[in-house]
Design a protein around this ligand. Structure first.
Ligand SMILES: [Zn+2]
Ligand SMILES: [Zn+2]
Length: 104
């Protein structure tokens, strides 16, 4: 098993608990999407843990509550951009700035 230590990049693997799947125990699981990683975990166990942002690839801390935990979790910076969609021009400027930061 490629057991190299890394920070897992989580995505929801199994849906939220609903009437239809209530009998199944396979609900509310997240998995790591990084190649070769078989990490698979109940959602509440990853709250507040370090993870990799699914949008920008940077390290960030997952939310502390299930309510805030998205299917495809991403960092606060990316959340912010998403919320300010109306302010598109400014967001674009920031994206360019960030891209330049990463290239250095
Ligand atoms: Zn992993
Ligand atoms: Zn991000």
């Amino acid at each position: 098993m490629p057991g190299l230590k890394h920070i897992h990049q989580y995505r929801r693997a199994v849906g939220r608990l609903t009437k239809n799947n209530a009998d199944s125990k396979m609900v509310n699981y997240y998995k790591c999407i990084l190649p070769g990683c078989t990490h698979y975990i109940r959602d509440f166990l990853i709250l507040g843990k370090e993870s990799i942002c699914n949008k920008c690839g940077n390290k960030f801390s997952l939310p502390l509550t299930l309510r805030m935990l998205k299917n495809i979790p991403h960092c606060k910076r990316c959340t912010k951009k998403y919320i300010r969609r109306a302010d598109l021009e400014k967001a674009l400027d920031e994206t360019i700035d960030e891209a330049m930061d990463i290239e250095v």
